[in-house]
Design a protein around this ligand. Structure first.
Ligand code: FES
Length: 297
């Protein structure tokens, strides 16, 4: 059996084992044989939701990385520091809440093993799969109350405790966020977080801000659209602040023009007037423009 060039033999073997377990569990859930409990009060713990998520965000990326002959597309550097303390996993498992359904237990075990492997390897597709598994099991844990979900979250965090905080982009895929405790939306409200997250970058996920695998189905490309204006940085020098503006990378969210119309003037030339606001107002408007989902360490 061939091993993709970006993986060690051992990581490749463990990825295959995870993939096989995910496929088996997905099939069992789809067949209704694994006993996932359908909670009519929840949108996201139906068996079909779990099976679909496994297919789109766990099985697909794991297959993708294992089928790459040269480890090029979609992967990141596999040279993150190793975190090989088996005790972390055992402690985390002990901290997890007892579960009633066999499928939930299998899902939890799969998520713990994927997280354990993620702690050893920074392969992008593995991060994506671990993020989906953590999210699924934390959602299911929340059926037992907030404490149960928090215990699962803490268990995953402990497994990944040796990894540094990081944000990376999977090629033509989500933003992969490691070890962010506070994640807020564009209004500053806290969002549920997990130690490994995959945030939608294609804009088409139905689980925003989380990636749900849609990017792979729509052939999302992170390359710049050739129809967009070319990069050109304009410099506007003010007394307190110099503003740099690049129409070629602006996402046209409208935050700057909405929040500080005296400095960022829609439809007027020059568009930027650095004397149109106090320095703190300008800085806030620019920061807000960059916000979608914001991750704070
Ligand atoms: S990046 Fe995955 S669904 Fe958008």
């Amino acid at each position: 059996m061939s091993v993709p060039a970006n993986l060690t033999t051992d990581v490749s073997k463990q990825l295959r084992a995870l993939l096989e377990r995910a496929v088996e569990l997905g099939s069992a859930i789809t067949a209704g044989a694994a006993g996932v409990v359908d909670d009519p009060g929840s949108d996201h713990d139906e068996p079909q939701f779990v099976a679909d998520r496994l297919t789109r965000s766990v099985i697909r990326p794991l297959k993708q990385v294992l089928e790459q002959p040269d480890g090029q597309p979609g992967t990141l550097d596999d040279a993150e520091p190793a975190h090989d303390d088996q005790n972390h996993r055992e402690t985390a498992a002990a901290g997890a809440v007892a579960e009633s359904s066999a499928a939930d237990q299998q899902l939890l075990g799969l998520a713990q093993d994927a997280t354990q492997l993620r702690a050893l390897s920074g392969v992008a597709e593995l991060q994506e799969a671990a993020a989906a598994l953590q999210d699924l099991t934390i959602r299911q844990g929340s059926d037992g109350g907030e404490d149960a979900a928090a215990a699962r979250r803490a268990g995953f965090r402990e497994i990944m405790a040796a990894l540094p905080s990081a944000i990376q982009s999977e090629r033509n895929g989500p933003c992969l966020v490691t070890d962010a405790e506070n994640v807020v939306d564009w209004l500053g409200y806290a969002l549920p977080s997990a130690p490994q997250m995959a945030l939608c970058r294609c804009g088409q996920s139905k689980l925003k801000p989380l990636c749900d695998g849609t990017h792979a189905e729509i052939g999302f490309s992170a390359e710049k659209d050739p129809k967009r204006v070319e990069d050109r940085q304009d410099t506007y020098v003010g007394q307190q602040v110099t503003i740099l503006d690049n129409r070629g990378t602006c996402q046209h969210s409208g935050f700057c023009t909405d929040r500080l119309a005296t400095a960022f003037r829609a439809g007027k030339e020059p568009f930027v007037r650095p004397s149109g606001g106090r320095m703190d107002e300008i800085i806030r408007a620019v920061r807000d423009s960059l916000r979608g989902t914001v991750v704070r360490d």
